[in-house]
Ligand binder design. Sequence first.
Ligand SMILES: O=c1ccn([C@@H]2O[C@H](COP(=O)(O)OP(=O)(O)O[C@H]3O[C@H](CO)[C@H](O)[C@H](O)[C@H]3O)[C@@H](O)[C@H]2O)c(=O)[nH]1
Length: 322
Amino acid sequence: MALKLIVTGGAGYVGSVCTAKLLKAGHEVVVVDDLSTGHADAVPEGARFVEGDAADATASLLAEGFDGVLHFAAKSLVGESMSDPGKYWRGNVFTAIRLLDAMREHGTARLVFSSTAATYGEPEVSPIPETAPTQPTNTYGASKLAIDHAITSYARAHGLAAVSLRYFNVAGAYGRYGERHTTETHLIPLVLQVATGDRDQIQIFGEDYPTSDGTAVRDYIHVADLADAHLLAVQHATAGEHRIYNLGNGTGFSVRQVIETCRDVTGHEIPAVAAPRRAGDPAVLVAASDRAREELGWKPEHADLHDIVSDAWHFTEKRRRA
Ligand SMILES: O=c1ccn([C@@H]2O[C@H](COP(=O)(O)OP(=O)(O)O[C@H]3O[C@H](CO)[C@H](O)[C@H](O)[C@H]3O)[C@@H](O)[C@H]2O)c(=O)[nH]1
């Protein structure tokens, strides 16, 4: 069924890939983005673009009648969330509550929300199921968890059909849509910047973790597979329910393994140096995504780390040539 949807943050990395896939699937999409971290030229052709605040601009649009909102717009730098927490409570939580109120006012039926593995904190079991305790170790994760709680109560009280998707480590690119953060903190794009010569070396944050090679382990998921889960989520959302799904491949790769894969893909040497652990980093974060597979019928198609890095590398090279 073709739906009329608003995508907040559709000029950003994950939001632009999801918008491109939603359009391809025949949905009608309006992107709302304040361009604080997104790029106007990343808004896919075929989407209407409204520059503005994720709550205010969306609230004005909702009067036109929409089937749902996919809410990506957020502050997402873990370090910044610790040094400037107000930015996360206002920018993430307060914005989301205002958005929920506007959706309630206009009777908007569906919500798909970008949650995060950071809601779990230091895991007690691995791989992490959705039933694991949520004990975030940083304000970013706490802000996303607070929104998840708010969504649950709005779904129960007001009949909202809601899905939260808890992303593990998103990477890769989809066509001309990829990672272009002004402040880049993520491992794969940083390692690829060393390969292009834009950066001298990659720092390995911690070599004394209780893992096979001492470096931290993460579950990397291709952004195209992540986007597919959003398309399934918006279709499966059920009135009065808030379902939560982890999105990962269920396989962990260490920082050293990621760097080695990047060397293999790019053919560059990529110097790496040891550095202290980064505050708040858990040793291992791997998803149990059985629920998304069983209930949404989600099936990741690019689980191979080599493929994920290759797509990120092609995107990086194409942008440098452009
Ligand atoms: O220069 C770097 C950058 C990262 N790392 C390491 O590489 C791993 C992956 O780091 P990323 O920053 O790429 O990803 P995170 O696991 O920290 O971040 C993910 O989880 C976060 C919450 O913990 C947020 O949700 C974030 O958006 C999401 O990408 C971590 O062990 C990190 O310490 C390095 O060794 N060197």
